[in-house]
Design a protein around this ligand. Structure first.
Ligand code: PLP
Length: 394
């Protein structure tokens, strides 16, 4: 027996563990100080009442012989897929029911989708970015190259035709930078992908935060994208499903190569390795799209958006360069005084007792940057911002 040696090539994932350790050590040494956390990427508001009611009703259905459900369809129940299709229709995007696959969250599908691609594909990943894209490919022994995101391109890299990639990851609005591509910018990526024969894996986990500004909510708003892109989305940030687990992936019928259909390969893959998302959870997810659900979810999103605006307002006041905060729950700021990411982390913790996430943990280009999130409570956000202002003004 041999283990998968490629695991040796994955960087030690120490970012959040190290953040927790430093914050814990500080609290232990300073028990009288209240530490405020703006580091986590997890939601804090509970599920919407409409979702809770749907979950309860579904539990009751499972209790009765006549309505009990066993294994469901691999690709998800039609009632949820129809709602997802209608959601896209409202965005002006037409997708077929057969192109929608319900998942237990975007993370699983982002990793599992690699089953349908050959091992010798070269993978292009933005730097900095959500670490899952890199780690899943390194585990599988694939070559990973990087598209440099930085202050000069607003953390939105554009295609470089001198680079040959087969699989391209785009995350928009981005985690950790909060930067979101416009439709015009996505057109450039679609044109590049088609030219070089690549597929785009488009992570739209934060699309629900987009509010105008020309930012695109789906890559399929770009003509021709169905021939070269797969889109991943999630109820996690949209409706607080981080612990409930539900998402969906759109794999267009038009995505074909060498006589193989991505949609058919994925269906085959799911039928082999996945037995679907719980009926109860899918009923809860479908409630997100009801009139009542939409209204309640919009209120929750507005709560986080308001937190983001409070943090962004603080950066504006202090004259600190940042991206995000508008179409995203993340504010990605340039560390003041030319500090490194961890240096600023320690400074902020020691001087203001505020915890954020060092940008260096998301890739080489993240060094010198720092992520704050809008997922905390209003009280914590306001207090943290007040302390940051005081620290940097004083
Ligand atoms: N994609 C991005 C960019 C994320 O930041 C996250 C979670 O933080 C996910 C995907 C995972 O989403 P899910 O909870 O649906 O697995």
């Amino acid at each position: 027996m041999k283990f998968n040696e490629y695991f040796k090539n994955i960087d030690e994932n120490y970012l959040f563990a190290e953040v927790a350790k430093r914050a814990g050590d500080y609290s232990a040494a300073n028990p009288d100080k209240k530490v405020l956390k703006l580091g986590i990427g997890d939601v804090t508001l509970p599920l919407a009442p409409a979702v809770i009611r749907a979950l309860h009703d579904a539990v009751d259905e499972m209790a009765r012989k006549e309505t009990f459900k066993g294994y469901g369809p691999y690709e998800g129940y039609d009632f949820l897929r129809e709602s997802i299709r209608a959601y896209y229709k409202d965005m002006g995007v037409d997708i077929d029911l057969g192109e929608i696959f319900v998942s237990d969250g975007a993370k699983s599908d982002l990793g599992n989708i690699l089953d349908i691609f050959a091992k010798d594909n070269t993978v292009l990943v933005p730097d900095p970015v959500y670490p899952v894209y890199v780690d899943t490919n390194v585990m599988a022994g694939r070559k990973v190259i990087y598209a440099g995101a930085n202050e000069f391109n607003g953390f939105l890299p554009i295609p470089d035709y001198s680079v040959k990639a087969d699989v391209i990851y785009i995350c928009s609005p981005n985690n950790p930078t909060g930067a979101a591509y416009s439709k015009e910018q996505l057109k450039e990526w679609v044109a590049y992908a088609k030219k070089v024969g690549a597929v785009i894996l488009y992570d739209a986990a934060y699309e629900c935060f987009i509010r105008g500004d020309g930012a695109a909510r789906s890559i399929y708003s770009v003509e021709g994208a169905k021939e070269c892109a797969i889109e991943f989305c999630s109820f996690s940030k949209m409706a607080g499903f981080t612990g409930t687990r539900c998402g969906y992936t759109v794999i267009p019928f038009a995505l074909e190569k060498d006589g193989l259909s991505a949609n058919k390969l994925w269906f085959r893959r799911q039928a082999t390795k996945f037995n679907g998302v719980p009926y109860i959870v899918q009923r809860g997810a479908a409630a997100v799209f009801t009139e009542e659900g939409r209204k309640q979810i919009a209120e929750n999103l507005d709560y986080y958006r308001c937190n983001a605006a409070i943090i962004a307002g603080c950066m504006d006041k202090l004259g600190i360069w940042y991206t995000g905060g508008k179409n995203s729950p993340y504010i990605w700021l340039k560390c003041p005084y030319g500090m490194g990411s961890w240096e600023f982390f320690d400074y902020l913790l020691n001087s203001a007792q505020v915890v954020g996430t060092p940008g260096a943990g998301f890739g080489k280009n993240g060094e010198g940057f720092f992520r704050l999130t809008a997922f905390g409570s209003r009280e914590v956000t306001e207090e943290a911002v007040g302390r940051i202002e005081k620290m940097l003004n004083g």
